[in-house]
Design a protein around this ligand. Structure first.
Ligand code: NAP
Length: 269
């Protein structure tokens, strides 16, 4: 009997690539996005239910989960993929920007998780797959608030695994390095404050290098295949690096000062 996966943020990048990988493998896929009516993706695709879900809107989470249950029955796997990066000098940000970043990347992920748990417990198991990042363990300049959200996702997931193991529910963290998607363009939320120019030189010497790493990176299919592997992995393994394994391993081996020097050398010109 085929399994069901619900994926958030399916309108582009890693989410859209994941819909295709699971569907190709014969799964039933609930491809959720903020504006399904505006997206040409996944129309009339066999075993794919396109549904509206904004992770910052509790009502839309509840509606999408109950639609999925009515349509396909129990949700075996949740992929908490929706997220974006707030980038730029922190001083140039405003409270609303920071709150939106946490509302999407952290509270949204938590709220979707809470919504699927009763069904997974009743069904006797399931898998929660959370999109973290290399940036959940290693930091880069100008992404301070984004890193704060991904460090939060790491801590949340690592602790959650203990209580959910009691019910046969696994938690997985996907930790991609740079991946070529809309993350570095359309989706990014750049900070700016009228009259504040003190950071212009630093931003000018750094941001293009960050964007260059995205432009020359592998495509989202690589991450989608890792997400699929994590979904099928019956072990208790928590972390799955993608295009990030050497940097994550190095970060564990070297002291802070060495890690910071490497980041500065590579990213601040
Ligand atoms: N690309 C990378 O280098 C990279 C590296 C590490 C981790 N990641 C993580 O991977 C995940 C996917 O990013 P991506 O690279 O595939 O970028 P992307 O192409 O920009 O996709 C982001 C997705 O999140 C959706 N989204 C944003 N806010 C949402 C909300 N409130 N409710 C529902 N969906 C929302 C977007 O929907 P709209 O189309 O409506 O905006 C879009 O579908 C993110 O969590 C990101 O942090 C990416």
């Amino acid at each position: 009997m085929s399994k069901t996966v619900l994926i958030t943020g399916s309108s582009s990048g890693i989410g859209a690539a994941s819909v295709k990988v699971f569907q190709d493998a014969g799964w039933r896929v609930v491809a959720t996005m903020r504006h399904p009516d505006k997206s040409p993706l996944f129309e009339n695709m066999e075993n794919v239910l396109k549904a509206s879900l904004d992770v910052t809107d509790s009502r839309s989470i509840e509606d999408a989960v109950s639609l999925a249950l009515d349509w396909f029955g129990p949700i075996d796997v949740l992929v908490n993929n929706a997220g974006y990066g707030m980038v730029g000098a922190f001083e140039a940000s405003n409270e609303g920007q920071v709150e939106r970043q946490f509302a999407t990347n952290v509270f949204g992920l938590m709220n979707v998780t809470r919504a699927v748990l009763p069904g997974m417990r009743a069904h006797g198991g399931g898998t929660i797959i959370n999109l973290s990042s290399i940036g959940g363990q290693v930091t880069f300049p100008l992404y301070s608030v984004y890193h704060a959200t991904k460090f939060a996702v790491e801590g949340f997931s690592e602790s959650l695994q203990y209580e959910l193991a009691e019910f046969g529910i696994k938690v997985k963290l996907i930790e991609p390095g740079p991946i070529k998607t809309d993350f570095y363009q359309r989706s990014q939320d750049l900070t700016s404050k009228a009259g504040l120019h003190a950071y212009d030189s630093f931003v000018g010497r750094t941001l293009p290098n960050m964007q260059e790493s995205g432009a020359t990176a592998p495509g989202p299919e690589l991450v989608a295949r890792t997400i699929y592997r994590a979904a099928c992995d019956s072990s208790r393994r928590l972390r799955y690096p993608v295009n990030s394994a050497s940097m994550l391993a190095l970060r564990k081996l070297v002291p802070d000062m060495v890690a910071f020097a490497i980041v500065k050398m590579r990213l601040i010109k």
